[in-house]
Ligand binder design. Structure first.
Ligand SMILES: Nc1ncnc2c1ncn2[C@@H]1O[C@H](COP(=O)(O)OP(=O)(O)OP(=O)(O)O)[C@@H](O)[C@H]1O
Length: 246
């Protein structure tokens, strides 16, 4: 049996998971090596696992999450106004299947971006295409896309994402172009794909912030209907972290 040739064929056929698993098998003594049906099953499982890992890694890379955090790193407590059950329910990801949104509000430093990024990380683990966008960054992207004629391309690119994280909603005044784009984006996704919004402003103030009653009605209708709300509370974790580092 020419095992070297078999390994080469696995590489040529781009089966890296299978290649690694087979190499590992060949390094074992004969009596420890799997054979027949077991070996085939093991090699296929290794290839499948490798592809799944690569898909997750690519999803995470493209998501450009601001903070590299996992769901296990989200602290739940009564003081923070988020329970383990609430987090577990969101982490399960059913909201993504149903195209529901998550609105995370709270004072500066209370961990809104941290939670949003952890949920984004979890969505990538589930295989959902995710993109993180700070609202300022989205505004820049829209302005550039209008200038270079790629606006429709940008909307299509955003529509393809299963989850969009819009961080820091309500910090900077919105242009009319941004309001219209936001409405279009939400209209494209309504009931199909999810958005996570973080904001220092309580949801009750979003209408006033949008500063255009008709557009605000339409936008908030799409954003808040069937949305899960997390109102984080407690001391600024940024300040707490700084104090701990002093
Ligand atoms: N659950 C947590 N455990 C540990 N550190 C946390 C947690 N949540 C947030 N942090 C840390 O606290 C700091 C502030 O968090 P974050 O940026 O998420 O706050 P924010 O509410 O989004 O603030 P802002 O409104 O100013 O953007 C970050 O350095 C973050 O890593």
């Amino acid at each position: 049996m020419n095992t070297t040739q078999t390994l080469q064929q696995m590489q040529q056929l781009r089966l890296p998971g299978m290649y690694q698993a087979y190499r590992s098998q060949l390094e074992l003594s004969m009596d420890q090596q799997l054979d027949g049906h077991e070996l085939i099953a093991h090699l296929l499982q290794s290839e499948e696992q490798n592809r799944s890992n690569e898909k997750t890694a690519l999803c995470l890379k493209l998501a450009k999450l601001r903070l590299p955090v996992t769901i296990e790193q989200v602290e739940c407590s009564q003081a923070r106004n988020i329970t383990k059950q609430q987090l577990a329910m969101l982490a399960e990801g059913r909201y993504l299947l149903q195209g529901e949104n998550i609105l995370i509000t709270g004072a500066t430093g209370c961990g809104k971006s941290h939670l949003a990024c952890a949920l984004g990380h979890q969505a990538c683990l589930h295989g959902y295409k995710t993109i993180y966008l700070n609202m300022n960054r989205l505004a820049e992207k829209i302005t550039l896309a209008r200038l270079d004629g790629s606006y429709i391309k940008l909307l299509n690119q955003l529509e393809r994402q299963s989850l969009i994280i819009l961080d820091d909603f309500g910090l900077a005044p919105m242009t009319q172009d941004m309001r219209l784009t936001l409405l279009q984006l939400l209209e494209d996704r309504y009931g199909k794909k999810s958005v996570i919004v973080t904001s220092q402003l309580p949801v009750a103030k979003w209408h006033e912030y949008l500063n255009d009653p008709t557009l605000a009605d339409a936008t908030l209708d799409r954003l808040t209907a069937n949305a899960h709300r997390v109102e984080l509370k407690g001391e600024s974790l940024r300040r707490k972290k700084e104090k701990a580092n002093q």
